[in-house]
Design a protein around this ligand. Structure first.
Ligand code: COA
Ligand code: ZN
Length: 316
């Protein structure tokens, strides 16, 4: 038996954040192959779908099948996005390991994205935590709380740090197992990332804080290094840099999973991800749909000559 060492946990969000903005339906079998291959490459947590109305985002009409397939995989944390209580109910029925709730710090984006006031989203989050608590402890999924537009909003522009901290506190008080600080529209820079993460970490106590960056303006990996300096150990990313919120003007792809893993590995930080297998997963995934536009420097340039990976599996 072997365990994989990880200093940093990278989480794939492309099946949700990437596909939600993509007009063509990816066949369910291809989604499941993507999940399986990426899990085999060492990615330990994958957001596999979104529990939103299929009429609104038809890409997720197969959420039930995708979750059922992903839950067959050993040692994979299967998560899914939820925008409301109904989404949580669907997640609980299917037995996913983690629910990723989303609320926007920007009140305008919250209205556009989930069609209600931010306070109503906060009240719904409390109801979701209460619902989870009705389950026996060993059957409860983790409940993550994503703070969308925490680093800027394409409707409101700058987002006040006091508002970010207020939202984080409300979600923590309600019982969030994790806070995810999201740069939904790629406005952040490393200085802003430091300021926002330090403020959120100061109120989070023992609750893990994760970072979710988009590379819309080329600052994605620079923002990761700023987050690392703050002590962040959890990063969202998507294979081929797919991504973007359909309800935020100008949104585009997440930071590229392959480039993130390469950078962390080069820095001597173990991600548990085998880069060769990850690049093969990207290749297979790219063959699924002819209209997928992938990004990424590592896939273009290849690994450096003589590159020695820190990836390792050690005997347990
Ligand atoms: N899953 C499936 N169906 C859902 C649902 C969910 N999570 N939430 C609501 N519905 C259904 C309702 O049952 C209702 O169905 P009916 O018309 O057959 O009666 C219908 O959708 C409308 O419900 P309502 O509560 O009025 O929703 P709404 O129209 O106010 O939309 C959200 C609210 C949250 C469901 C919607 O805005 C949404 O899904 N937003 C997420 C957007 C997103 O994915 N953004 C990107 C990720 S950050
Ligand atoms: Zn995103």
């Amino acid at each position: 038996m072997s365990t994989i060492q990880r200093d940093i946990i990278v989480r794939e969000v492309g099946l949700r954040d990437g596909l939600q903005i993509h007009p063509t339906f990816m066949p369910t079998a291809d989604k499941l192959a993507w999940i399986k291959n990426e899990a085999l490459s060492g990615v330990s947590e994958i957001e596999v779908t979104s529990f939103v109305p299929p009429k609104l985002i038809p890409q997720f009409a197969d959420a039930t099948e995708v979750c059922a397939g992903a839950l067959q995989l050993k040692d994979l944390v299967v998560s899914a996005l939820i925008p409301n209580l109904k989404g949580a109910q669907r997640g609980l029925e299917l037995g996913v390991n983690k629910l990723n709730y989303v609320v926007s710090v920007s009140k305008t984006h919250n209205l556009k994205n989930v069609r209600r006031e931010r306070d109503a989203s906060m009240a719904d989050f409390k109801a979701i935590v209460d619902l989870i608590k009705t389950l026996p402890e060993d059957q409860r999924p983790l409940i993550g709380a994503g703070l969308s537009t925490a680093l800027g909003c394409s409707y409101e522009g700058k987002v006040a740090l006091t508002e970010v901290v207020l939202c984080a506190e409300q979600l923590l008080d309600a019982g969030a197992d994790e806070i995810v600080v999201c740069d939904t529209v790629g406005y952040a820079d490393p200085a802003l990332v430091r300021a926002v993460l330090k403020a959120v970490l100061a109120v989070a106590g023992d609750v893990p804080v994760a970072a979710h960056f988009h590379d819309t303006r080329g600052t994605g990996l620079a923002n990761v290094t700023a987050a690392l300096e703050c002590g962040i150990k959890y990063f969202d990313a998507s294979l081929g840099g797919l991504g973007g919120c359909p309800f935020a003007p100008g949104a585009s792809g997440n930071i590229v999973m392959e480039d993130l893993c390469f950078m962390l590995d080069s820095m001597g930080l173990k991600t548990g991800v085998n880069l060769d297998l990850l690049l093969k997963t990207r290749q297979t995934m790219s063959e699924s749909l002819s209209d997928l536009k992938l990004h990424g420097a590592l896939a273009r340039a290849g690994l450096p000559h003589g590159f020695v990976s820190n990836w390792s599996a050690v005997a347990a």
